[in-house]
Write a protein that binds this ligand. Structure first.
Ligand SMILES: Nc1ncnc2c1ncn2[C@@H]1O[C@H](COP(=O)(O)OP(=O)(O)O)[C@@H](O)[C@H]1O
Ligand SMILES: CC(=O)OP(=O)(O)O
Ligand SMILES: [Mg+2]
Length: 406
């Protein structure tokens, strides 16, 4: 029996998203999500997609940590005859958020690779530890199987030094590996390519601004398929306003808080990563709830929305200037794909830049990639659903197939 299946694990700080795919044809066999890991109300939603498999199943028992989450996922898959012991499984692909400067390609994981991912934990404290637990647990379940890491940072390693370096003392920066790495790279690469396909063009001929707006959010400028700038930096804290992260602030805010408010480094880390962004501004980080509050006349929610949009607009303008010529702006991830008012507000007033939305198309709900700009607009505006899991599965399978051929 040939092994053509790949299990993909996207372990976040408090969640695990997973998909089992058959790479002969690319069909999804099962998808799922474990949320609120470590809280009292953890939830696992598992959807088998094979022929006559039943519908969505949900469990709400507490799940203490990522290891327990993965064991629960393995049980759900086994219940559908898709257990991790299957000889059809070719590999497990893992999203790894920080790969530093070393990992520019998908990489088969061994102890040495894991040690390097561990060394990068201080640069992605919310993400890399979860990724490592996911890998270790998967290794324990199937020690014989290749495990592949696909790095969020990899796509951004093509950024020129002028975009990747901070203007700080070079020797200090080099000694401490301080530079802009960028994240969500698998999504930016996939979406830029899908946008070119939507336009009926070769990715090499297309310049795209990709706006990945999920809980974490980042923008990137992609010229002919290569990343030339992105909004996240040393860590996933820089750039856009996010669900719980501040994005860009004056770095002096941190020493001011230390000196004046007596806050510790850890206090400030928690403040900027977990208590800022939309949640810090209005108490909610879910754009759906924020829109509901705005519709009910809530001024705090309105101001949070306005700050979010203002930052987004600044990045659209900046990347327009970086690229010189823009063929498309692509909105993706939970907010980008679903929140029509965010898209509307982000491009409003930019008609001089060639941007014009068709409000009717923009407000329509649809699952696939689509254009929402008017036909005469010089710059296309697209909604392009991201699929980090599919992209990770493809890269994982390509690598293990290549290795098997020697
Ligand atoms: N229908 C919707 N309208 C507005 N926002 C939405 C909608 N659906 C999801 N979202 C937003 O998407 C966010 C999650 O996006 P996602 O890409 O799944 O993030 P992550 O991968 O970072 O967890 C939610 O916090 C919510 O704000
Ligand atoms: C890197 C990052 O911010 O990821 P996420 O959006 O999954 O939190
Ligand atoms: Mg995400």
């Amino acid at each position: 029996m040939t092994a053509t299946r790949v299990l993909v694990l996207n372990s976040g700080s408090s969640s695990v998203k997973y998909q089992l795919l058959d790479m002969r044809g690319g069909a999804r066999l099962a998808v799922g999500l474990v949320e609120r890991i470590g809280e009292e109300t953890s939830r696992l939603v598992h959807t088998p997609l094979l022929g006559d498999a039943g519908g969505k199943r949900e469990r709400t028992a507490p799940i203490a940590d990522h290891a327990a989450a993965l064991k629960a996922v393995a049980e759900e898959l086994a219940a559908d005859g898709l257990g991790l012991d299957s000889p059809r499984l070719a590999a497990i692909g893992h999203r790894v958020v920080h790969g530093g400067l070393r990992f520019t390609e998908p990489t088969v994981i061994d102890e040495e690779v894991l040690a390097e991912v561990e060394r990068l934990v201080p640069l992605a404290p919310l993400h890399n530890p979860a990724n490592i637990t996911g890998i270790r647990t998967a290794q324990a379940l199937r020690p014989d199987l290749p495990q592949v890491a696909v790095f969020d940072t990899a796509f951004h390693t093509t950024m020129p030094e002028s975009a990747a370096r901070y203007a700080i003392d070079t020797e200090t920066a080099d000694r401490h590996l301080i530079r802009r790495y960028g994240f969500h790279g698998t999504s930016h690469a996939y979406v830029a390519r899908e946008t070119a396909r939507l336009l009926g063009k070769d990715p090499e001929d297309v310049n795209v601004i990709v706006l990945h707006l999920g809980n974490g959010a980042s923008a990137s400028a992609v010229a002919g398929g290569r990343c030339v700038d992105t909004s996240m930096g040393l860590t996933p804290l820089e750039g856009l306003v996010m669900g719980t992260r501040s994005g860009d602030i004056d770095p002096a805010v941190t020493f001011h808080l230390m000196r004046v408010a007596g806050m510790s480094t850890d206090d400030i880390d928690v403040l900027l990563n977990k208590k800022s962004g939309l949640v810090g501004l209005c108490g909610d980080n879910d754009m759906r709830e924020i829109r509901r509050r705005i519709d009910a006349g809530d001024e705090r929610a309105q101001l949070a929305f306005d700050i979010y949009i203002h930052r987004l607009k600044k990045y659209i303008g900046a990347y327009y200037a970086v690229l010189g010529r823009v063929d498309a702006i692509a909105f993706t991830a939970g907010v980008g794909e679903n929140a029509a008012p965010v898209r509307e507000a982000a491009v409003s007033g930019l008609e001089e830049l060639g941007l014009a939305l068709d409000s009717g198309l923009n407000a329509e709900r649809s699952d696939g990639a689509r254009l929402v700009s008017t036909p005469y607009a010089r710059v296309a505006v697209a909604v392009v659903p991201t699929d980090e899991e599919l992209e990770i599965a493809r890269q994982t399978f390509a690598l293990v197939s290549e290795n098997a051929l020697g």
